[in-house]
Design a protein. Structure first.
Lengths: 404, 190
């Protein structure tokens, strides 16, 4: 089977227009915020770039994770549209690279009056807590962890796609590459465990509130990025299906993705609440400051909106079986979930550096639009390069007759 | 609870069973049930069974559990026996959530198991008529419900033509009953 995706002019123009919006927002931000004398404006310029680049890097790595997990579990259901997460994962270098550039620029080049407003730990200046964390939270460790993490993710992103493409050309009935893929997947899960499940969110997100820590934080970040990654895959699958591609995908496959959206929205809430309730119950001041500013401070709107969008809406809308099999509801919910988890990262990252002076204005929306445009552009390029159906995969028949 | 007359056909193979079920349904006979030694994928679609309502029942049990937990705890901690726990307000929703969750799961799980048993007519201490002793071993058994107008010979010939290796007519209780032993009257009638 050979099926080609051709980028329609409309998709191409939309993505380029969104990228243009992003670039205009970036340039306008450079002049209005970066070069402003106001410290809040300068901080806003960087933290918004950090928010979006980290969000998209984590969404992209979620695609590689689902590839690895289903490879190891021999999941047949995903093989029908396996090229979509492969294409997203192959762009890990791009979104990871942007995140590295933004993060390292903030660590090394951004300071106001001798201290770093986003990563306070860069200049501890005798702060007892930050000095105590210095062995882990210092620019060298941060650079090493960030660069190695993104390099490994990008390598595995390319690797999964390369194996899958090689399998298309392999002689029929040979399973050597299939089992090789499983070994690579096992290796990636170890890497993923040591990065996304633990160190990466500590460094990239949690260290913004450097005095505070939560042992659940990385898991909670993983749940957030994984459910939005599944939502991105869902949006691509529905789009390709609408374009007349992916003929072997039917409601059974959409149902499976819908189950993932539903289940991991609930899983996200479980972790979100577990983190909140222990801190609320123990009521230790050094821990409750984190929620004080978010729940009762200037962020309370975002805090409750986050809960409603990411828990109440999925659980009510996606619970019934027919709504997980309906193209409209799953597309709508996938968009809502991507936006909701973008908002979740927003409320994780903004309160530390900006305090009460947060905005959800032209700059935030513009940069977000730019990243969406880049995501559409890059992934559609990767999708168009090769056949959309993984021929020769031993699970191909299983995925065609799949019933969920 | 009714004594009915059934035509019973036994098949050796799934590959014969599926076309046979199609033929039975197309020729207008009333399919009572199909008994298989193991779960057969696609059999419920082939038999034309409708989607189960078990999950709707589950949702209702879950909601009952949620409201029981929230209602009961808030009544206890605000009206009946207010206690000061570490300066927290009496109505502390976050503290109620774990128990609410557990009670939701408990109600939904227990309720759904009982509903499942009721819908499938299985329960400790109840009995159903067994059409063929080997239906739990290696034989696929199809039971067709007969009315007084149906010609037995015609049905049996038809079932033979669909590939059945054993056919007979049985008069039996169609539903479950309480007790361990077969109903006497069913055999007296036959």
């Amino acid at each position: 089977m050979n099926e080609r995706f051709e980028i329609s002019p409309r998709l191409r123009n939309t993505s380029l227009a969104l990228i243009a919006v992003g670039i205009i927002a970036l340039v306008a931000g450079l002049f209005n915020l970066k070069l402003s004398h106001d410290h809040v404006d300068q901080t806003r310029f960087w933290i918004v770039l950090l928010h979006n680049s980290v969000f998209f890097a984590m969404v992209t790595v979620a695609s590689i994770f689902i590839l690895a997990a289903t490879s190891l579990a021999q999941g047949g259901w995903i093989v029908a549209y396996r090229r979509v997460p492969e294409a997203i994962g192959a762009n890990m270098w791009l979104f990871g690279g942007i995140a590295v550039v933004v993060l390292l620029s903030i660590v090394y080049f951004f300071q106001i009056d001798g201290h770093n407003p986003i990563f306070h730990w860069v200049h501890p200046d005798g702060d007892a807590i930050l000095e105590g964390k210095k062995a882990f939270l210092n620019p060298t460790m941060f650079t090493a962890f960030t660069v190695i993490t993104v390099a490994l993710w990008s390598y595995f992103g390319f690797k999964f796609r390369a194996i899958s493409l090689a399998q298309d050309l392999a002689p029929k009935g040979k399973t050597k590459l299939y089992f090789y893929n499983m070994k690579v997947a096992a290796l990636f899960l170890v890497v993923f465990c040591l990065t996304m499940m633990s160190t990466t969110p500590w460094l990239w997100v949690m260290s913004i509130d450097a005095h505070w820590y939560s042992t659940l934080f990385s898991w909670y970040n993983f749940a957030s990025s994984f459910v939005s990654g599944m939502a991105m895959i869902m949006l691509w699958v529905v789009y390709l299906k609408n374009q007349g591609n992916l003929k072997i995908v039917n409601k059974e496959h959409i149902h499976d993705l819908g189950k993932f959206l539903f289940a991991f929205s609930v899983f996200w809430t479980y972790l979100w609440f577990s983190q909140f309730m222990l801190i609320w119950y123990a009521n230790i001041p050094e821990e409750t400051t984190y929620f004080k500013v978010r729940m009762q401070g200037p962020y309370s709107i975002i805090f409750y909106a986050n809960f409603i969008i990411n828990f109440i809406m999925p659980i009510l809308i996606l619970m019934a079986r027919p709504s997980k099999r309906n193209y409209f509801t799953v597309t709508f919910m996938a968009m809502i979930i991507v936006f909701g988890h973008w908002l979740d990262f927003f409320q994780m990252e903004m309160p530390g550096p900006l305090g009460a002076h947060w905005h959800l204005g032209w700059y935030e929306i513009g940069i977000f639009a730019g990243f969406i445009g880049l995501f559409i552009f890059a992934v559609s390029k990767s999708l168009a390069k090769h056949s959309l159906v993984t021929s020769n995969n031993p699970l191909l028949k299983e995925t065609i007759i799949h019933q969920s | 609870m009714a004594i009915k007359k059934f035509a019973v056909a036994c098949y050796d193979d799934e590959a014969v069973l599926f076309p046979a079920i199609d033929k039975v349904r197309n020729s207008g006979y009333k399919l009572h049930d199909v008994y298989t030694p193991f779960p057969v994928h696609g059999l419920d679609q082939a038999m034309g069974l409708k989607e189960t309502d078990l999950h709707i029942a589950g949702f209702i049990y879950g909601i009952t559990g949620t409201s029981t937990a929230v209602g009961f705890m808030s009544w206890i901690f605000t009206k009946d026996w207010p206690i000061n726990f570490g300066g927290k307000p009496h109505f502390s929703l976050p503290a109620f959530i774990p128990i609410t969750f557990e009670l939701t799961v408990l109600f939904a799980a227990v309720g759904m198991v009982l509903t499942f048993c009721y819908l499938n007519q299985i329960m400790p201490g109840v009995k159903k008529h067994v059409f063929h002793p080997r239906q739990t071993d290696d034989t696929f058994v199809v039971a067709i419900e007969l009315s007084e107008h149906t010609s037995e010979a015609e049905v049996l010939a038809f079932l033979k033509s669909t590939g059945a290796n054993e056919t007979n007519v049985q008069v039996a209780e169609s539903e479950w009953w309480y007790g361990r032993f077969d109903k006497k009257e069913a055999y007296e009638l036959s």
